[in-house]
Ligand binder design. Structure first.
Ligand code: NAP
Length: 312
């Protein structure tokens, strides 16, 4: 199927398709079919991560699609236990996916975890808190990200879950400005101030959990439903189309074929249909009392985000 998905130009000159298929929490046995279906249906962008534990199956789905690697935009992410060994984690991801380069590689969270801790993904301290490697400097993670870019193993580099404060830890010594920052962005968590900051730095925002993640209340939100009805769209189309209209890359996840299809075609239709008034109305939902984050892992560090639960 040919769908005219908008592309966004990154600060390094590369182009990224504005809708990508999310793969977090997609079970290995489901994600292979989901990825193959998505690519056959017009998706050209897949969002993966070493930490999701399903990259081998994603790779099988990519191969099963029959579309050549050069037509795809594949992203993956460096997990916290690998901040001091970026190339090693990347090599595992490349082998898992069965590809010889990534289009985009991101630091998954600005939280280096103890590489010698008691668990390879979520090392814990005896008190049950996550085992953060406080001796490791994020600037050095970024230096290693720059090195794998220069080696040609990835075509663009960026960050994820970086607030302005966290970006300011790496930008002064960065040779290369991150191309993207992947964040929780949707109508209940629009992060207007952070988006303005990213714009001032030329960093493209990517929206994770664009539908509000699992069991989302966003799909039944009265304003979203009203706008959807008005334009004969589905609420999910409005949620993704809203992001596209704002120049934000959206990464909806689904393992359900009909939803995978509509999340691309409906969103592109919504992007073309939503009016400035609709967008302004959606922009105001959070400030009007609906502000909510859905993804707040208990990292025992101050990430510097607005509306983050106080854990410290
Ligand atoms: N960088 C990070 O730290 C980070 C964090 C979270 C997510 N992400 C990325 O962003 C992607 C998306 O975020 P997410 O997975 O949290 O949430 P999401 O895409 O907002 O929502 C996914 C949920 O919505 C359901 N769904 C999908 N399309 C639908 C539709 N049209 N109508 C009704 N329900 C629908 C899915 O169910 P089914 O699958 O059962 O259809 C799933 O339960 C992730 O998969 C991952 O790639 C990154």
């Amino acid at each position: 199927m040919t769908v005219n998905v908008p592309k966004i130009k990154l600060n390094d000159g590369k182009e990224i398709p504005a809708v990508g298929l999310g793969t977090w929490q997609s079970k290995p046995e489901e994600v292979r079919a989901a990825v193959a279906h998505a690519i056959k249906d017009g998706y050209r962008h897949i969002d993966c991560a070493w930490g999701y534990g399903n990259e081998k199956d994603v790779g099988e789905g990519i191969r099963a699609s029959g579309i050549s690697r050069s037509e795809l935009f594949i992203t993956s992410k460096l997990w916290g236990t690998w901040h001091s060994r970026v190339e090693e984690c990347l090599d595992q991801t490349l082998a898992n996916l069965g590809v010889d380069y990534l289009d985009l590689y991101l630091i998954h969270w600005p939280v280096p975890l103890n590489p010698k801790g008691n668990h390879p993904i979520f090392p814990l301290l005896p008190d049950g808190k996550r085992d953060v490697d406080h001796s490791w400097d994020l600037k050095d993670t970024w230096k290693q990200m720059e090195a794998v870019l220069k080696k040609g193993k990835v075509r663009s580099i960026g960050v994820s879950n970086f607030s302005q404060a966290k970006l300011e830890e790496i930008l002064p010594t960065a040779e290369i400005t991150p191309a993207v920052d992947q964040l929780e962005i949707h109508v209940y968590n629009p992060q207007h101030k952070l988006l303005d900051y990213l714009k001032s730095k030329g960093i493209t925002p990517q929206a994770y959990s664009p539908l509000g993640s699992t069991n989302s209340p966003l799909l039944a939100d009265a304003d979203v439903v009203d706008i959807a009805k008005h334009h004969d769209l589905q609420p999910s189309d409005v949620l993704i189309g809203y992001l596209l209209a704002k120049g934000i890359v959206a990464l909806p996840k689904s393992v359900t074929p009909a939803r995978i299809t509509s999340n691309l075609t409906g969103a592109v239709r919504a992007h073309e249909t939503l009016t400035k008034t609709d967008i302004e109305r959606l922009d105001r939902l959070a400030a009007g009392g609906k502000q909510k984050r859905f993804i707040t892992p208990p990292w025992p560090v101050d990430l510097g985000f607005e509306h983050w639960p106080k854990l410290l």
